[in-house]
Ligand binder design. Structure first.
Ligand SMILES: Nc1ncnc2c1ncn2[C@@H]1O[C@H](COP(=O)(O)OP(=O)(O)O)[C@@H](O)[C@H]1O
Ligand SMILES: [Mg+2]
Length: 370
């Protein structure tokens, strides 16, 4: 019998998307083919401590993420900053033979999707699903990714970027500069965040100061962007060197914009349309081509969901952002778009693991010195 591939599914994490990650991991754990994979679950609590979780405990509690307490277990560890130990992070067995064949970091946002965890896995020489250090970090930083997209000739919304120390020095003139340049409404957002945390729509000078200050609570760097009255279109990309794109989907928020409340607190906060309707074949082609181009320009690997704005008035298309570990619950846009493109959830996981192994094998061949 062929040896099973030993997969570590990492979930939770030190980010605002901790709970979503648990639900994503629940769907992934259920769908991974157990004849093919020996699956281990490792939860990371909100303080960053790692703990192994039995499949029984995980299945009993993880469909309601608040029911899964990751901090209480006796085998909880801080992540070890010692490469050879990380490869043995399987806490159930003490044997060094228990090295994982591949890690699936089902972690969204900070310390999971931003290159930091990827760096730890690189040091420990374990293959992992998704983008590497650079692609993850660039994908997370909306300022750097916008600059690279712009260089690649991909349209982005007119944007300005400010640092906290700059704003503190002279807030009034900065607020005036933003209004003169972008007009109202504009959007303010932390450069490194997700789930719409810290994102606000600014409609007048009277509310500008507070909303900009609020965004600085989450990052020392923020973006301000011209507000576009736009349809929100999304595409799933899969692959390493020859990425392919899914069909195009649409998010239709029922709130003023696709806010944190619309995403997570209101069950009817948004509708998913798969495929997106009322798009010309030319527009669909343009969107999928730009998605692949962006995936490559931002050094992504494995997977990414690429999000666009289509201006309702001008029909202008802008790339909004790229998510290198998008929501992965069985009702999330990323896997749903693949399902509608003919690749089911379980096959999608197989491909992601193959891509992780392929990338690692190729990079392992490289020389590190003369
Ligand atoms: N420039 C903009 N114009 C119009 N709506 C925007 C703009 N920027 C953000 N939004 C709204 O805010 C939501 C969240 O912003 P986004 O940049 O995607 O951040 P996040 O990474 O948190 O998802 C978008 O899905 C959209 O509804
Ligand atoms: Mg977004």
């Amino acid at each position: 019998m062929k040896k099973k591939i030993k997969v570590a599914v990492l979930f939770g994490g030190r980010s605002g998307e901790h709970e979503v990650s648990i639900v994503s991991a629940n769907s992934i754990f259920r769908a991974l083919n157990k004849d093919k994979y020996d699956v281990h679950l490792i939860g990371i609590d909100k303080l960053g401590r790692w703990t192994s979780v039995s499949s029984e405990r995980f299945l009993a509690h993880s469909s309601n993420p608040r029911g899964l307490d990751l901090g209480a277990s006796s085998n909880t560890q801080w992540p070890v900053a010692f490469p050879s130990e990380i490869s043995m992070i399987d806490i159930d067995t003490k044997s060094s033979e228990q090295k994982f064949d591949v890690v699936f970091p089902v972690l969204h946002g900070t310390y999971g999707e931003d290159g930091t965890l990827q760096g730890l896995l690189e040091l420990s020489q374990i293959p992992y699903v998704g983008s590497g250090v650079l692609g993850s970090a660039v994908g997370m930083d909306k300022d750097v990714s916008r600059r690279l997209l712009h260089l690649a000739g991909i349209p982005v919304v007119p944007t300005r970027c400010y640092r906290h120390h700059q704003f503190q020095k002279d807030p009034d003139s900065i607020l005036k500069e933003i209004a003169d340049d972008l007009g109202y409404p504009y959007f303010v957002k932390p450069a490194n965040m997700g789930s719409s945390v810290g994102v606000a729509k600014v409609k007048s000078l009277s509310e500008a100061r507070q909303k900009v200050t609020d965004a600085f609570a989450y990052d020392t760097k923020i973006l301000v962007e011209k507000g576009v009255d736009a349809r929100e279109l999304e595409v799933s990309v899969l692959g390493n060197y020859f990425p392919k794109a899914s069909i195009v989907g649409e998010i239709i928020p029922t709130h003023e914009f696709y806010s944190y409340e619309a995403k997570y607190l209101d069950e009817n906060g948004a509708h998913l349309k798969i495929p997106a309707e009322d798009l010309t074949p030319e527009m669909r082609t343009r969107i999928t081509e730009l998605a692949i181009k962006a995936f490559q320009a931002l050094e992504c690997c494995g997977l990414a969901r690429v999000d666009f704005f289509l201006d309702r008035k001008t029909n202008e298309l802008y790339l909004n952002e790229i998510n290198t570990m998008p929501g992965f619950t069985n009702i999330s846009m990323y896997p749903k778009l693949w399902e509608a493109s003919g690749l089911n959830y379980s096959e999608l996981l197989d491909q992601l693991i193959e891509l992780a192994l392929e990338r690692h094998a190729e990079r392992s061949q490289l020389k590190t010195s003369l």
